[in-house]
Design a protein. Structure first.
Length: 269
């Protein structure tokens, strides 16, 4: 009995040891990329500040910090943020290497497109936030400067608050653009059907608007710039689901026809 218990526990221990190895590799990758990013932190910060620079009139913008240690911690946060983005391929590879051995060949083939689509969609969302949404939103925010009741109203953004806002924009848009991946995974798992999503379209629209209102800053411009692309992605996902359903139906019909032909041949023989 003891030997049976030991044998049954061995695979679990092997999985735990492999999980520890994968996690350590992820930590090492994140640490190395963060350290390297800290060396280039000034250049990275200059890139992150660029949308705000465009919003201000030439030569008039500035960032401030009111705590002596704020600038140092901002550099650390920027380095870790850049390190996470740079190490994401390694993190995804370690996740895939841990999960893949437990999947059948057909499951690997079905899951691999989602693994490839995830960084692509995240990059699309982050690029939309950086190149379109942030310059537009920041220009709108800066537009409130001027004379108010005889006093000068001037925008003096703090470096910590600005960095948090930029990270919120990038992560919100990047993660939200993974909606097609989530819906396709739920569909392939049989949890959600395309017909159900079509029937619930009006509720999905309300959910998208509510999501955009929660994860973006409280201004209508950025909320619409997230809600509209998300709805387009939702409709595009429905089209892809229809194509996949048609392909599955064709393969099923072909398999049934081959089975029927094989059965007819066996009867003839």
């Amino acid at each position: 009995m003891i030997r049976d218990i030991d044998e049954s526990q061995a695979p679990l221990m092997d999985h735990l040891l492999e999980l520890r190895t994968r996690l350590l590799r992820c930590v090492y990758a994140l640490a190395i990329t963060s350290i390297v990013s800290y060396y280039f932190v000034d250049y990275i910060l200059a890139v992150l500040v660029h949308p705000l620079t465009l919003a201000f009139p030439a030569g008039h913008g500035k960032l401030i910090y009111t705590k002596l240690y704020s600038a140092f911690f901002v550099n650390l946060k920027v380095a870790m943020f850049a390190g996470f983005l740079c190490s994401f391929p390694v993190l995804a590879n370690q996740l895939w290497a841990f999960v893949a051995p437990g999947l059948y060949a057909r499951e690997k083939k079905a899951f691999l497109p989602f693994l490839i689509a995830t960084p692509i969609l995240f990059t699309m969302g982050a690029s939309l936030a950086y190149f379109v949404v942030m310059p537009t939103a920041f220009k709108w925010f800066i537009g409130f400067e001027g004379d108010k009741g005889g006093l000068k109203l001037e925008a003096l953004p703090g470096i910590e608050e600005y960095l948090n806002l930029v990270m919120q924009f990038i992560l919100a848009f990047g993660v939200s653009f993974l909606l097609p991946v989530l819906l396709m995974l739920l569909n392939r798992a049989g949890i959600v059907q395309r017909a159900q999503l079509v029937a619930a379209r009006r509720y999905v629209i309300v959910g998208i608007v509510a999501l955009a209102a929660v994860i973006t800053p409280p201004d209508v411009v950025s909320q619409l710039m997230l809600a509209i692309p998300l709805y387009i992605l939702f409709e595009g996902t429905l089209v892809v689901m229809r194509m996949v359903e048609n392909k599955d139906a064709e393969e099923k019909a072909k398999a049934e026809a081959e089975a029927a032909a094989t059965a007819a041949t066996d009867l003839t023989v």
